[in-house]
Design a protein around this ligand. Structure first.
Ligand code: SAM
Length: 255
């Protein structure tokens, strides 16, 4: 069945079977685990995910895909993932570990990640195909130009690793950008007021060219300096040189 791709829904379908197999194999599951796929499209990845023989759920916004997707699974919810209530939709499944695997529409990468985080479902790992430059920002190390607010935000929740690059030619239609697969592994979170912490991080990164000290004029510099020194960082350091665990220590020392 020919279904023309809708650009407005970020529809670039993966056609490279080797890459699809590799993506599906990144996560090992038990029959009692649950995989959530966001945007299964024409089922290119779905067919490998259902072979994993655990619980499977998906959200697809485009109902035109229904005749194709029903041949793979009856567990596809045809609605906007960003409007979903995961707790409600999964309440009848008693699963062990929860995994997200998806080739997502790139223009909603950040909202999708935030929606997964805010869903308050105990996520073990998430495998996302995203734009290559975005993947590099997500998995960046301190001191590189890719490292920024969102890297540190993600590092609060996950260990983030770029697993592999995917060339634009692996998709149909061919997009204007290259892609990469990113693995997010949930980690134990430091107990802190998240809303205030992320606001504080925004202030730390407010002006990239300024030192941390200049961005944090309204804070007790002595307390911050103590943590910087304990972590072998200079008083002239900029936010993009500071590892995420040091930001957490600084924030806790101020509260
Ligand atoms: N997974 C398929 C593949 O790899 O070939 C399709 C990937 S395509 C990049 C993104 C898919 O997400 C499309 O099928 C699109 O219809 C769907 N989609 C877009 N926005 C969505 C949303 N808000 N909620 C659920 N699905 C969405």
């Amino acid at each position: 069945m020919h279904i023309p791709a809708k650009k407005s829904l970020g529809q670039n379908f993966l056609k490279d079977e080797q890459i699809l197999q590799k993506i599906a194999s990144i996560i090992s599951v038990k029959p009692s685990d649950l995989i959530l796929e966001i945007g299964p499209g024409k089922g290119a990845l779905t067919k490998y995910l259902i072979e994993k023989n655990c619980y499977y759920k998906a959200y697809e916004i485009d109902e035109r895909m229904k005749p194709i997707l029903t041949t793979y699974s009856n567990h596809i919810i045809y609605k906007d993932f960003l409007k979903s209530n995961l707790k409600e939709d999964f309440k009848d499944i008693s699963f062990d570990c929860f995994y997200v695997i998806a080739n997502i529409p790139y223009y909603i990468t950040t909202p999708i990640i935030e929606h997964v985080i805010n869903a308050d479902v105990p996520l073990a790992k998430m495998v996302l195909l995203v734009q290559k430059e975005v993947a590099e920002r997500f998995a960046a190390f301190p001191g590189t130009k890719e490292y920024g607010y969102f890297t540190v935000f993600l590092n609060y929740y996950f260990n983030v690793r770029k697993v592999m690059d995917v060339p634009r030619t692996a998709f149909i239609p061919v997009p204007n950008v290259d892609s990469a697969v990113v693995l997010f592994t949930s980690k134990e979170r430091t107990f802190l007021n998240q809303k205030k912490y992320f606001q504080f991080l925004k202030e730390c990164f407010a002006n990239k060219r300024k030192t941390l000290r200049n961005n944090l004029k309204n804070y007790q510099w002595d307390a911050i300096l103590k943590i910087l020194k304990e972590n072998q960082l200079s008083d002239q350091v900029r936010a993009e040189e500071i590892p995420s665990y040091v930001f957490e220590k600084i924030f806790l020392s101020l509260n």
